[in-house]
Design a protein around this ligand. Structure first.
Ligand SMILES: Nc1ncnc2c1ncn2[C@@H]1O[C@H](COP(=O)(O)OP(=O)(O)OP(=O)(O)O)[C@@H](O)[C@H]1O
Length: 303
């Protein structure tokens, strides 16, 4: 369990993280989402004791992480996949960490196999692709078999097969009862991976809830309708209190009435329907809506 309480970080004039409070529970994959510059990395670094908070506290299983001696036994983290000496091999890098943390040598072989790097274990990391470096970073996080795992943008550089693999890995780790926190600036990456979300914008908490609850926030009550007689149907629905947008063809977009009520009204007025489809906003749309006014970097005139 990770508990963040009133966590705040100021860099000069920049309030990178502002009074953030949330809990990350074991047994779930929790997505940590926010636009670029929202403060995700800064928060993760404070949880790991790498950055000192301006105010507030964070604890891992009840104690500040910095006070724990067990290191990799207790928390595994992928922060920056480039943070490995390019002249070292993957095996040498992991072996040094295993030695430093009192871990058995066999863990090196096990995690290299788990992330699919066993075949390149002796190659210099300098020649690794970004995806291979991410896999090595994930191997590092897994090395101590820790109950709490933090991954900062782990999907960067992975190919589609790698993305699928990493999703399965995270879900498997959570199913074993571990606490898994995964940051991303893309909702699409979290949609099929996380079951809970912590969403931040400009350093502030926007949402801390299940993916289903988050999706419900962005749900629109639109119904798409197709009919050979859009003008008559639009008139009937407008009289019934709906707001109707026509596209000039045979489609209408209706807000303010349920699909069932639209079907009844069309039946009563003998208007043929060719399609009647309630539409819900995607998670991506919910995320964009909620973070639009808290994104630091927006193209065009949306700021
Ligand atoms: N060492 C630092 N000195 C000054 N400002 C910093 C420092 N680190 C981060 N910031 C600022 O704090 C804010 C949050 O940055 P952070 O890297 O935590 O965001 P992020 O959500 O991880 O973004 P991204 O998705 O782009 O990595 C940004 O405005 C950033 O410029």
């Amino acid at each position: 369990m990770i508990e963040v309480n009133g966590l705040t970080k100021r860099y000069g004039d920049v309030l990178a993280v502002n009074d953030l409070t949330f809990t990350v529970r074991p047994g779930h994959v929790t997505g940590f989402l926010g636009p670029n510059g929202a403060g995700k990395s800064t928060t993760l670094r404070m949880v790991l004791g790498l950055n000192r908070p301006t105010a507030g506290t964070s604890t891992v299983d009840g104690r500040p992480f910095a006070h724990r001696q067990a290191g990799l036994h207790h928390v595994g983290a992928l922060l920056d996949a480039g943070d490995v000496h390019p002249g070292h091999s993957a095996a040498a890098h992991l072996s040094a960490l295993a030695r430093g943390n009192g871990l058995p040598r066999r863990r090196v072989r096990e995690v290299l196999e788990e992330v699919g790097l066993a075949g390149v274990a002796r190659r210099r990391v300098g020649g690794f692709s970004l995806g291979m470096r991410q896999r090595l970073g994930i191997a590092t996080a897994l090395l101590g078999d820790p109950p709490v795992l933090l991954f900062d943008e782990p999907v960067n550089g992975l190919d589609p097969e790698g993305v699928r693999w990493v999703r399965g890995l995270f879900r498997g780790l959570a199913a074993e009862g571990r606490t898994v926190l995964v940051s991303s600036h893309l909702m699409s990456e979290m949609e099929n991976t996380a079951d809970r979300l912590v969403v931040i914008g400009r350093g502030e908490l926007i949402a801390d809830e299940t993916v289903a609850e988050f999706a419900a926030r962005g749900t629109r009550a639109d119904v798409a309708v197709r009919t050979p007689d859009p003008a008559s149907l639009a008139a009937v629905l407008t009289r019934a209190g709906a707001s109707v947008r026509a596209d000039g063809g045979d489609s209408l977009m209706v807000t303010g009435l349920t699909a069932a009520r639209i079907g009844e009204l069309a039946f009563e007025h003998r208007i043929l329907l060719r399609e009647l489809a309630p539409r819900t906003a995607s998670l991506e749309e919910a995320f964009m809506e909620l973070t639009a006014d808290r994104a630091d970097y927006l193209a065009g005139d949306r700021r």
